[in-house]
Design a protein. Structure first.
Length: 256
């Protein structure tokens, strides 16, 4: 049987995230750190004659279904590209909605994530980001700081180039004279989290869109056709299964 079709009815966790789907038996090492570019909310809504904000609302349960699927798969770190530094260029009304919606989701869902063993993290810049959003992210970080099942990083007001520039400025402010790749990486956001193993993007678009440029140097890339509100754990599992079938050589060659 093909790997992507090889499923088994493994014992599932108790609620709140038990579900009728069966968990795949992954034939290979599951990625330790997965990044998700959650793309396609607006197009999903437009296809249905809805407003863009309705597409964003439809994305909320998909986010948490994906987190649950990552836990079940054994992923240790999950970074969700939530709001980019370029998203400020959207209409003021949409930006206001996304800020308020992001704040409210974290507020509503923090105790659910705590029950699941999620440690909430944040990656991004403070300038321009609503103080109320920062407060909810920091509150969630404090509530969940001792959890060890999975670290979920919400990349809010995040840009890969901005992260690199911020790292350079921190190095300059400390007067460091010589920098190695290792020492530079220590100045990035959440520098204790390992580099990405897998990046999954929804909506069929094939680009990184300024997402974790340093940490994605050797990430496997997976582009799924579904728009984000049509995704969830099954799409994540499909991406992980594809990852498990790849040979990761990191510039070397496969052993004979």
């Amino acid at each position: 049987m093909k790997a992507q079709e090889d499923y088994t009815s493994l014992s599932r966790p108790d609620p709140p995230f038990s579900h009728p789907e069966i968990i795949p038996r992954f034939e290979g090492k599951v990625p330790r750190h997965v990044g998700v570019i959650m793309d396609g909310n607006g197009r999903w809504a437009q296809q249905r004659g809805l407003t863009r904000t309705e597409g964003h609302k439809a994305a909320e349960p998909v986010v948490f279904d994906t987190i649950a699927g990552a836990i079940e798969a054994g992923v240790r770190y999950l970074t969700l590209y939530t709001f980019s530094t370029e998203n400020w260029n959207r209409s003021p009304a949409e930006v206001r909605f996304l800020m308020g919606f992001s704040r409210d989701i974290i507020h509503r869902r923090v105790h659910q994530m705590d029950e699941w063993g999620v440690r909430v993290r944040w990656a991004g810049r403070r300038p321009k980001l609503w103080t109320s959003v920062i407060n909810e992210l920091e509150r969630a970080e404090e509530i969940t700081k001792n959890n060890k099942v999975i670290d979920v990083v919400f990349a809010v007001n995040y840009g890969g180039r901005a992260e690199i520039v911020d790292g350079v400025n921190e190095i300059l402010s400390r007067g460091e004279k010589k920098v190695s790749e290792k020492s530079f990486a220590s100045h990035l956001y959440n520098s204790d989290i390992p580099d990405l193993d897998l990046i999954m993007r929804s909506s069929g678009e094939k680009r990184l869109s300024n997402f974790m440029l340093w940490q994605s140097a050797y990430a496997e890339l997976d582009f799924e056709p579904e728009l984000w509100p049509d995704c969830g754990r099954k799409v994540l599992w499909r991406a992980i299964n594809a990852y498990c079938r790849r040979s990761r050589r990191f510039g070397g060659v496969e052993s004979a």
